[in-house]
Write a protein that binds this ligand. Structure first.
Ligand code: CU
Length: 161
């Protein structure tokens, strides 16, 4: 008799903790909820559970990820710039839409600069940075480059969908 009440109380605690503290406990809450929650509990509170967890998870899952980086794993100052998809394949053509660009600039002599229709994002040359850009790519030609080094450049064509 007490089990359902305890389960609901636990869910409320998890939901409350998740909303106020989602940055510090993203792994704990989603892992605990499905194993401890019977199907009746999930149907009684679908909006609370899905919205508190879904915000970050669905945003990442539904928007394709690109990775822009300079240097190589062995030498962050190597004169290399790359733009790859989630599978590590070089990207030269993409359909228009929203993307998350995960940017890795471990170099003090290079930067990453993505420029094209509606987009002008860059890291700074001296600072080493790991960041994310949420971009809305439109049909047209984009260029990603390292500003001080003209040889470090790549082109991306975005096509109509
Ligand atoms: Cu450079």
């Amino acid at each position: 008799m007490r089990a359902p009440a305890l389960a609901l109380a636990a869910l409320l605690v998890l939901a409350t903790a998740g909303c106020g503290d989602d940055a510090s406990e993203p792994a704990g809450a989603p892992a605990a909820a499905p194993s401890s929650a019977p199907s009746s509990a999930s149907s009684s509170a679908p909006s609370g559970g899905s919205s508190s967890e879904g915000g970050a998870a669905t945003a990442d899952a539904s928007v394709p990820v690109l990775r822009a980086s300079v240097g190589t794993p062995d030498d962050p100052e190597a004169y290399v710039i790359s733009l790859v998809d989630a599978d590590g394949q070089e990207v030269t053509e993409l359909p228009a839409g929203d993307y998350v660009v995960e940017v890795d600039d471990p170099a003090t002599s290079h930067n990453v600069h993505l420029e094209g229709p509606g987009v002008d994002e860059s890291t700074t040359v001296p600072e080493t940075t790991t960041t994310q850009w949420r971009v809305s790519l439109q049909p047209g030609d984009y260029v990603y480059r390292c500003d001080p080094h003209p040889s470090m450049v790549g082109e991306l064509t975005v096509t109509d969908v």
